[in-house]
Design a protein around this ligand. Structure first.
Ligand SMILES: *Cc1c(COP(=O)(O)O)cnc(C)c1O
Length: 382
């Protein structure tokens, strides 16, 4: 096999007729933006996760912004996070005037290393934002212990890990707040959309205020008149629409099916690529059950004759939509302008040089997976 006849993207949504029906039905209802479907979707997410509250947002980035606000992050506060993430994670800290501090990753799981978190704690540290990179949950028990010791707030970025489990429990109820994204490539989609799950009533109230201009009905509205509302803080318009929530509710019915097909694909890759010279497959810890948002291999540059760029380009030429997640965040020009250096997290930077994302999404056929494996092996051997 030399080349696929059609391009295979690294990830994409799975939409069926029931999803389409659900959205159309909402279009015919009295509510287009936040209404009964949003509440129903929030309840569905909270029940699935096993968290007390879920607050929906217009997208995952807005949800992270809300979580940073609820955590009280402001000027002078430091927030420890990983450099191997999408820029939105640390951008949310910047939105609030805080300072992201990048801690290095574990070389085998690619998730933030708790020991590195400890090294970066100062008197200014306010919160930690660990990311369940590729869908494999972080070692949350260890991170929560560090947080308790130093009175820090943990906001888990679970953009990749909706439906994944840590020590037998679904991600989303164990950190102080957890963010999930419903962008089309993520575990389920609402087109754009995100949510924060939490067990704290205080955060729950703050999140709701923040996503709607900082405006709320006051308890004494009855006395003053039914039109009365108050703006008590500077919020945003970060509301999810009922159309998005209707799509989300329909997608929720399929979440376990989606995760299972992702797991099957990951197993096929694992079986085919484990022991294959020049390829390191992603290590999974016993206590985690990944949602496999991404399947990432590490190309062993000490063994391979080709560079990552050559392999990437050849795969693309063969119509395999490989990708690289992610460029270390602080390498971006914006962060460089803020004064971040180039060699902050050596393990992460070294890992990045050999990282390659292979396609994985629920509707991917077994034959597609075999195409990827065959073409990759061919390219590596030639
Ligand atoms: C997708 C993603 C986000 C942002 O979510 P959006 O819904 O696209 O705004 C944040 N963090 C990570 C790790 C992501 O992958």
């Amino acid at each position: 096999m030399n080349k696929r006849s059609t391009f295979l993207s690294y990830g994409k949504q799975s939409i069926d007729e029931a999803d389409i029906e659900a959205v159309v039905e909402t279009l015919r209802s009295p509510f287009l933006t936040q209404g009964p479907k949003v509440e129903e979707f929030e309840q569905s997410v909270a029940d699935y996760i096993g968290a007390k509250y879920a607050v929906a947002f217009s997208n995952g980035t807005a949800a992270l912004h809300g979580a940073c606000y609820a955590a009280g992050i402001g000027a002078g506060d430091e927030v420890i996070t990983t450099p191997i993430t999408f820029a939105a994670t640390s951008n949310a800290v910047l939105y609030c005037g805080g300072t992201p501090v990048f801690a290095d990753i574990d070389s085998q799981t690619y998730n933030i290393d708790p020991e590195e978190i400890k090294k970066n704690i100062t008197s200014k540290t306010k919160a930690i934002i660990p990311v369940d990179f590729t869908g494999q949950p972080v070692n949350l028990d260890e991170i929560m212990t560090i947080a308790e010791e130093h009175k820090l707030i943990v906001i888990e970025d679970g953009a990749h890990s909706f439906g994944a489990s840590y020590k037998g429990r679904k991600v989303g109820s164990q950190a102080h707040m957890t963010m999930f994204s419903f962008h089309p490539v993520k575990p389920i989609t609402t087109a754009e959309g995100g949510v924060i799950t939490t067990n704290s009533e205080e955060y729950y109230e703050k999140l709701k205020l923040f996503r709607s201009h900082g405006i709320s009905k006051t308890p004494y509205a009855e006395e003053l008149g039914d039109w009365y509302y108050e703006m008590t803080d500077l919020g945003f318009n970060y509301r999810m629409t009922d159309m998005q929530a209707a799509l989300g509710l329909s997608q929720m019915k399929k979440i376990d099916k989606f995760i299972n097909s992702r797991r099957e694909i990951a197993e096929m890759y694992n079986d085919a690529l484990d022991q294959f010279s020049g390829v390191i497959i992603p290590k999974q810890l016993d206590e985690t059950k990944s949602g496999w948002h991404l399947y990432m291999i590490q190309l062993d540059q000490t063994v391979l004759k080709k560079t990552r760029k050559e392999i990437f380009n050849e795969m693309r030429t063969c119509n395999i939509g490989v990708h690289v997640h992610y460029i270390p965040v602080y390498w971006h020009p914006y962060y460089q302008q803020l004064g971040y250096g180039k060699q902050i997290c050596k393990v992460a930077e070294n890992w990045y040089q050999g990282a390659l994302t292979l396609p994985i999404f629920p509707d991917m056929e077994k034959s597609d997976v075999n195409d990827v494996i065959e073409i990759l092996k061919n390219i590596l051997l030639k």
